[in-house]
Design a protein around this ligand. Structure first.
Ligand code: CA
Length: 651
């Protein structure tokens, strides 16, 4: 679409919406935010190339100081516009090189009974719209409770959804839900409300259009949440309208309220809307991190300890968590040149603290560092695995972390959290903050979505917050749908907004130590290699097993030895959630172009790959091996992705 045409569309649209006015546009002018007051209610909408992405939707907060969703006056003369730009380096991200961002901003002020009560700030980049609220103190009132957030997102009625239903609280294994472990919808129409509780972030919408170039892809999420707010979800059930929901009463076993306690003036987290005609902006967005800042300085350079690792639990389960087997995995990690080994649940009883210290010394002698698993409990669910009662206790936690530092532990994986209420969000923050004092990196499992945490907490590594590899062990049905529900879904959704601890890329044929029984992997070996590129986390604990040194193809083992976990750039090439994905990541001067396919028929494509400029041959991993292939003069490469298979091109 030409710029002129876009402007014309925009003009027509503004005309159609009569009283709404553009308050801020993206630096390239393609995204704009319209605003209007409707009977005292603030309402915004988002346009992309003149097309409506978010139709007029509500803004506002309900608090115990007042209802700031209605009877508001827009103090138009107080509007402040400006620009936010900056740069940062975050090697833990999908775009780890010096990253520059630029956003145009507008701050709107609202008053009630002649007193300013609330501000809404919009920030608009070339890919994203974000907004948050500032609540202002009233006379002697310097704290408040937010009981409800009215923020809504109305998408077109013909939009299709790709989103994970919020589970019922206190359900699932040992009543550990919600833990962001439900299956994404596959293009379901709008209008439902999940299983009755809405959906967890991020939420992806496609607005199809007969003219493909006018299709819209919209990702709604939030960022900047810490112990000062609750984790929110998206409630549906009203056509294309979705709105912010606070946690459910039953979370945390019913303890703690669902509202937010806030000091004034106070800011809410950011609501983010990423939009484009293809999913490219969604896969490449950095809005989650552009909007936040570090909450404390790093106590050391964590990035030098990022890298590959493994864990025995995914193949060997609880019984593998013994001294001899962990030692065997340390030798395996060393043979692979990996940086770490994750020692999973029950190490405190099956190995013991003294021998963990011995194991850690042994690992370090081989250049391998250990991660130790902890149960976050607590009183919020019934998960019995130990060690427990440590990470939820400030004194025990710090004592434990001091011990870990003394014996050279690299990091922790803390599991089985209790939902998104404010005290639970505070626990995440407390664990991270304390761990940084002892130079410990943190991975969360059975947990909430990270919301900008890679930048806010420098020792934060990644979270599960997804149906992850453990389900491949537990269920053949999950294995059968792995390409559809994981490989071709997560890059468009969960992994677009945060480092994801999936723990996959198994090369065993079966999820068992004997490798001849248990659930069977139906994805190919090259699929495993491709997802090592497609799934992003600065620390990857792969589901490899020592027997893979002899029973897996040599090309696959060699690839898994060298695949990076730190990336400098990401690009979407082609794909559709639940069907197939082709994307590229760059590490230094090396490009990895990877794809996987969940459809019944192979994907055959001649890929234009401008990043291969100046290269005549590349290594192509495809079907059962790797071979050098010629790059055509037009910088294209022909690829074929079989059903449940993958490909990787390495330049
Ligand atoms: Ca889990």
């Amino acid at each position: 679409m030409t710029k002129k045409y876009a402007t014309l569309c925009l003009a027509l649209m503004s005309f159609a919406m009569a009283r709404a006015e553009v308050i801020v546009s993206s630096p390239d002018g393609r995204i704009s935010v319209d605003f209007e007051m409707k009977d005292g209610k603030p309402t915004y909408s988002v346009l992309y190339d003149g097309q409506v992405a978010i139709a007029p939707s509500a803004l506002g907060l309900k608090t115990n100081m007042g209802d700031y969703t209605q009877r508001l006056k827009w103090d138009k003369e107080k509007e402040r516009t400006g620009e936010q730009h900056g740069s940062y380096v975050l090697p833990s991200l999908k775009e780890g090189q010096e990253h520059n961002f630029k956003m145009n901003t507008a701050i709107l002020q609202f008053s009630q009974r002649e007193r300013p009560v609330m501000e809404v700030e919009f920030r608009v980049s070339n890919r994203d719209v974000a907004f948050n609220y500032t609540l202002l103190p009233q006379r002697d009132t310097r704290s408040c409770v937010i009981t409800e957030e009215a923020s809504a997102f109305r998408v077109a009625d013909n939009a299709l959804t790709f989103m994970a239903p919020q589970s019922n609280p206190m359900t699932g294994f040992a009543r550990t839900m919600p833990s962001y472990e439900t299956k994404y919808t596959l293009g379901e129409p709008v209008g439902k409300n999940g299983w009755g509780n809405g959906y967890t972030f991020p939420c992806l919408f496609e607005v199809p259009n007969a003219d493909k170039e006018k299709a819209l892809w919209i990702l709604v999420s939030e960022t900047g949440t810490d112990g000062d707010y609750v984790g929110c979800r998206l409630l549906g059930g009203n056509g294309g309208e979705y709105r912010i929901g606070f946690p459910m009463e039953g979370e945390l076993n019913g303890w703690g309220c669902t509202s937010v306690q806030m000091a004034l003036p106070g800011k809410t987290p950011w609501r983010t809307i990423t939009v484009g005609h293809t999913p490219a902006n969604i896969i490449e967005t950095t809005v989650t991190w552009d909007l936040v800042e570090a909450k404390y300085p790093a106590s050391k350079d964590y990035s030098k300890d990022y890298g590959k690792g493994m864990w025995s639990w995914i193949i060997g389960m609880d019984s593998s968590c013994n001294f001899d087997e962990q030692k065997r995995y340390i030798d395996f990690a060393a043979a692979m040149g990996y940086r770490s080994l994750l020692v999973d649940a029950l190490w405190d009883v099956q190995i013991g603290r003294e021998r963990i210290a011995e194991l850690s010394r042994y690992a370090q002698s081989k250049g391998v560092g250990l991660y130790l698993w902890y149960n976050s409990n607590g009183s919020w669910n019934d998960a019995p695995q130990s060690p427990k009662g440590i990470m939820n206790n400030p004194y025990e936690r710090r004592k434990e972390m001091k011990w870990m530092q003394e014996i050279g532990i690299l990091g922790i994986k803390v599991d089985f959290f209790g939902g998104d209420k404010q005290p639970m969000m505070q626990l995440y923050e407390d664990i991270l903050t304390d761990a940084n004092d002892y130079g410990i990196m943190v991975i969360f499992h059975g947990c909430t979505l990270p919301r900008g945490w890679e930048r806010m907490f420098p020792n934060y590594v990644a979270s599960e917050a997804i149906l992850a590899s453990e389900n491949l062990h537990f269920s053949q049905g999950f294995c059968d749908a792995e390409a559809r529900d994981c490989g071709t879904m997560y890059p468009f959704t969960r992994n677009a907004v945060g480092s994801m601890d999936f723990g996959g890329s198994a090369l065993n044929k079966y999820y068992s130590a004997s490798n001849n029984r248990g659930s069977r992997r139906i994805t190919s070996d090259v699929y495993a290699l491709a997802t090592a590129v497609i799934f992003q986390s600065p620390v990857q604990h792969f589901a490899l097993a020592p027997n893979n040194l002899t029973d897996a193809p040599a090309y696959a083992i060699d690839f898994m030895k060298t695949v990076p976990t730190k990336w400098d750039e990401v690009r979407f090439i082609d794909g559709y959630p639940g069907k197939y994905i082709i994307m590229a990541r760059r590490a230094g001067d090396k490009w990895y172009i990877a794809g996987v396919n969940a459809m019944d028929t192979p994907v055959k494509q001649t890929l234009p790959l401008p990043m291969l400029e100046g290269k005549s041959t590349v290594s192509l991993y495809q079907k059962d091996g790797v071979k050098p292939v010629k790059v055509t003069k037009k910088q294209t490469v022909k690829v074929e992705i079989p059903t449940n298979g993958g490909f990787v091109i390495v330049k």
